[in-house]
Design a protein around this ligand. Structure first.
Ligand code: SF4
Length: 468
């Protein structure tokens, strides 16, 4: 591992905004968060994958993967981060290195690839991602990017996060470091307002940011940049002029928020767009911080008025589903904030939460679950697919909300399932998103297919008849 990469990883582990790391002893902190992977086990994404996931939603830049083609194949477009304009981010660019490049080095090939992209697509910037093989053979992507930037007069940004550096979460942070080092602060916005904010760690999955943006527009709050959902290079480059940063609950790029506070004095708060109460809290915190930073004081009152109207509207729409959903039991297998932030809305719709997973949740997340669900909150630390199957088959839950990987467990148990993780096709952000979530649960639960698949097959009935 190169010295600069080692130093960057050490820096990321010193993150003051990460409670988990700060809660560790000095010795434990030095070890970082990289867990040794078990050979043969499904390990989740690598650090390269994490960096790519975090930055690919910047929609108008070309994302070039320097490595064997399989790395790009592994990471290409695997989330539904939506764009309101440019589609170049969805084109898979790779240097597709060969055995000869491994022997002679892939730097020339990288340089030529950058040139080809600029000539053919002319994006405002090119992001170059390091991968395991090219890092191991010693390709210096920083030097190539610098040379290419000078030669072509365009930002060419190195993202030094090879897969072997660690897991996906570390990659998110290393990707964020590239944005901090090479992008933020390199341009000035055309104009500024006292209500400019950056949203950090929001990926606009299935268009969730667009469920929140109209609320901010109504309050006169401008999203100067979103890092990175539906993001534009020039907006992110001028993000240092925002008055407030909002760190979306996932904390995947907390280092951007803390370092922007240190470098540019921009205060940040952590908020969530999931759940009705949390959406309101987020708007309140945003307005309060903006007023402290010089926004007009009436923003506070306007925010309260908007919250009142929007909450009433959302609860009214959710109540429509209540008759059908009351008493239905939900098993929530997700992580982090979603382990509690959607619970209140589900409860309000009459659903009963029989269990929520806490494998990826922080201490605060767990406390929040207890606060909402009471002491008898059924927190599941780690549930094997077999246990999940047993729970669904024995009808201890009527529906499972989880990520795509567990869907087959539910389908095998002939039980409804709804995707709530990053691959989902429906947006669940803001007030609108919560209504959408309840609507989707209703659709999944009452889909007539469940009655059909639970009927015994003709040969099973024939077997029964023979046995009788
Ligand atoms: S960067 Fe490394 S670990 Fe990640 S996909 Fe490529 S080869 Fe695999």
């Amino acid at each position: 591992m190169s010295v600069s990469l080692k130093a960057k990883i050490a820096e990321v582990f010193e993150e003051p905004g990460c409670d988990k790391n700060q809660g560790k002893s000095e010795k434990e902190r030095k070890k970082g968060c990289t867990k040794q992977l078990s050979p043969g086990a499904a390990a989740g994404g690598c650090a390269f994958d994490g960096a790519k996931i975090a930055l690919q939603p910047i929609v108008d830049v070309a994302h070039l993967v320097h490595g064997p083609i399989a790395c790009e194949g592994n990471s290409w477009d695997n989330r539904h981060s939506a764009s309101s304009g440019s589609q170049i981010y969805r084109t898979g660019f790779t240097t597709d290195i060969t055995e000869l490049d491994v022997i002679y080095g892939g730097e020339k090939r990288l340089f030529k690839s950058v040139r080809e992209i600029i000539e053919k697509y002319d994006p405002p910037a090119v992001f170059v991602y390091q991968t395991c093989v090219t890092a191991l053979i010693g390709d210096d992507i920083e030097a190539v990017c610098q040379r290419a930037s000078e030669k072509f007069g365009k930002p060419v940004i190195p993202v030094n996060s090879p897969g072997f550096a660690g897991p996906k979460n570390l990659g998110n942070k290393l990707g964020a470091e590239s944005v901090l080092d090479y992008v933020i602060g390199t341009r000035e916005p055309e104009y500024t307002t006292p209500c400019d904010i950056n949203i950090i760690g929001e990926y606009n999955l299935s268009g969730e940011l667009w469920q929140v943006k109209p609320l901010l527009d109504a309050l006169g709050i401008r999203i100067l940049s979103c890092i990175s959902g539906d993001g534009r290079y020039n907006e992110i480059a001028s993000a240092h002029r925002a008055k407030v940063n909002m760190m979306v609950c996932s904390k995947s790029m907390i280092n951007i928020a803390t370092k922007m506070q240190q470098r540019y004095g921009i205060p940040y708060f952590e908020g969530s767009f999931y759940g009705i109460g949390d959406m309101s809290d987020t708007l309140r915190q945003m307005a309060t911080l903006l007023v402290q930073q010089g926004a007009p004081v009436d923003l506070l009152e306007r925010t309260e008025r908007l919250i009142e109207v929007e909450e009433a509207r959302a609860w009214k729409r959710i109540a429509e589903y209540k008759k059908r959903l009351t008493g239905k039991r939900v098993l929530l297998i997700t992580g982090g904030v979603k382990s509690w932030s959607v619970v209140a809305a589900l409860q309000e719709a009459g659903l009963e939460i029989v269990g929520t997973s806490i494998k990826k949740s922080t201490k605060e997340d767990k406390e929040k679950i207890k606060e909402i669900m009471g002491d008898d909150a059924h927190m599941i630390d780690d549930m094997t697919p077999r246990e999940m199957y047993a729970m669904l088959r024995d009808a201890k839950a009527d529906i499972m909300l989880s990520g795509g990987r567990s869907q087959f467990v539910a389908l095998k148990a002939r039980m409804p399932w709804l995707d709530i993780n990053q691959e989902r096709h429906h947006p669940y952000g803001g007030y609108e998103g919560m209504v959408e979530l309840v609507h989707e649960i209703d659709r999944a639960l009452f889909n007539p297919v469940w009655q059909q698949v639970r009927i015994a097959a003709p040969w099973e009935l024939a077997d029964d008849a023979v046995a009788a």
